[in-house]
Design a protein around this ligand. Structure first.
Ligand SMILES: Cc1cc2nc3c(=O)[nH]c(=O)nc-3n(C[C@H](O)[C@H](O)[C@H](O)COP(=O)(O)O)c2cc1C
Length: 286
C-alpha cells in the first residue's frame, strides 16, 4: 500500500493495483495491517490465497468491512511449499475443490466482486480447461491469466499460443513478461480484444515504463522519498523501514549496470545513515 500510494500520486497510468496475497496464519487469522482499507485515490484489490470456502468468506467479509468492493483469489502462485498444499497453482489440478469453494462464496450473502488470477496449470497446460468450465458457472468479475504452468515457476516463455486459444472462448486479462512499452504495444496488436494487461516485474524495474516521458533516475528518487514518507506515516519502525527500503531497490537495481553489486552491499547495511550512503552509490550508477 505505501508503495502503490506513492506510485499512483507520482506516476500513475495504472487502472488497478493488487495487494500481495494474504493467507491464514497458524492462529487462523489473516494478520491484516490496520492501514489496509479502501482509499478513494487508489483502486486496489486485496488478494487472498486459499482453497477453503470459509476462509474465502471470512476474507471477503473483512474486506467488505474495510470498504473494498472486490477481492482477488490467487490460483497462480507457483511456490512448491504452497502448491504442495493445493494452494495457488497447486489448486489447478483440483477443479472440484475450486467449485466447492466458489459455491460456498456465491451462495453466501457477500456483495464483493470476486476476480481470479491463475496459470495454465500446475504440471500440464491442459488443466486450465476444466478450471475455466468451473469458472464459467459463476459470476466471476475478471480472470487474469499468466500463461505459464506452476512447475515452471518463472522459467521459459509465457505460452501466448495457449492464451490465444483460451481468449477465443473467454474474456481474459493477460500477464507475463511485459517488460517494455514495445512488448506491450506488440502484445496489444496481437490480442486486440484483450480487455486489460497486468504488469508486474517490468513495472517494478522501470516505474516509468508506461510514462516514457519521465526520466528514470529523477523519478526513482522522488518515488523513493514519497514511499519513505508513507512508511513513516504508516507507523513502521526504523528497522521495518530499512528492510522495506532495501526491498524497494530489488527490481530497480536490475535497471542499473552495477545495480546487483551495489544492492548486495546495501542489503548488509544496518542503519539509515549507512543506507543513505549506499542508496546514493546505487543510484549514481545509472
Ligand atoms: C517475488 C514475486 C512475488 C509475487 N507475488 C504475487 C502475489 O502475491 N500475487 C500474485 O497474484 N502474483 C504474484 N506474483 C506473480 C506476478 O503477479 C506475475 O503474475 C508474474 O510475475 C508474471 O508477470 P510479470 O512478468 O509482469 O512480473 C509474484 C511474482 C514474483 C516474482
Amino acid at each position: 500500500m505505501p508503495y502503490f500510494l506513492a506510485f499512483e500520486s507520482l506516476i500513475g497510468g495504472v487502472s488497478k493495483y493488487f495487494t500481495p496475497f494474504y493467507r491464514v496464519n497458524k492462529e487462523g487469522g489473516f494478520g491484516f495491517e490496520k492501514q489496509l482499507f479502501a482509499r478513494p485515490q487508489l483502486n486496489i484489490t486485496p488478494q487472498v490465497l486459499t482453497n477453503q470456502g470459509d476462509e474465502l468468506l471470512s476474507f471477503a467479509r473483512e474486506m467488505e468491512a474495510r470498504g473494498f468492493d472486490e477481492i482477488n483469489l490467487n490460483v497462480g502462485c507457483p511456490f512448491p511449499m504452497l502448491t504442495n498444499r493445493k494452494l495457488g497453482s497447486g489448486l489447478l489440478p483440483y477443479p472440484d475443490m475450486l467449485r466447492q469453494m466458489l459455491t460456498a462464496y456465491f451462495n453466501a450473502d457477500v456483495r464483493l466482486k470476486l476476480s481470479i488470477k491463475l496459470r495454465l496449470g500446475l504440471v500440464d497446460t491442459n488443466e486450465i480447461y476444466a478450471v475455466m468450465e468451473v469458472l464459467s458457472d459463476f459470476r466471476v468479475e475478471e480472470i487474469i491469466l499468466h500463461p505459464r504452468i506452476g512447475v515452471q515457476q518463472y522459467k521459459g516463455e509465457p505460452n501466448w499460443e495457449a492464451f490465444k486459444d483460451l481468449s477465443l472462448r473467454y474474456s481474459l486479462v493477460g500477464n507475463g513478461d511485459i517488460n517494455s512499452m514495445d512488448i506491450l504495444d506488440d502484445i496489444k496488436l496481437r490480442f486486440p480484444d484483450t480487455p486489460a494487461w497486468m504488469l508486474g516485474r517490468g513495472l517494478l524495474t522501470n516505474p516509468c515504463l508506461l510514462r516514457p516521458e519521465l526520466e528514470w533516475r529523477d523519478t526513482m528518487i522522488k518515488l523513493h522519498d514519497l514511499f519513505l514518507n508513507n512508511l513513516k506515516e504508516f507507523g513502521l519502525s526504523d528497522h521495518q523501514i530499512l528492510n522495506q527500503l532495501k526491498c524497494f531497490w530489488e527490481y530497480p537495481a536490475q535497471y542499473l549496470e552495477k545495480g546487483q553489486r551495489e544492492l548486495r552491499k546495501m542489503k548488509k547495511v544496518g542503519s539509515m545513515e549507512a543506507y543513505e550512503v549506499s542508496k546514493i552509490r546505487l543510484i549514481a550508477d545509472s
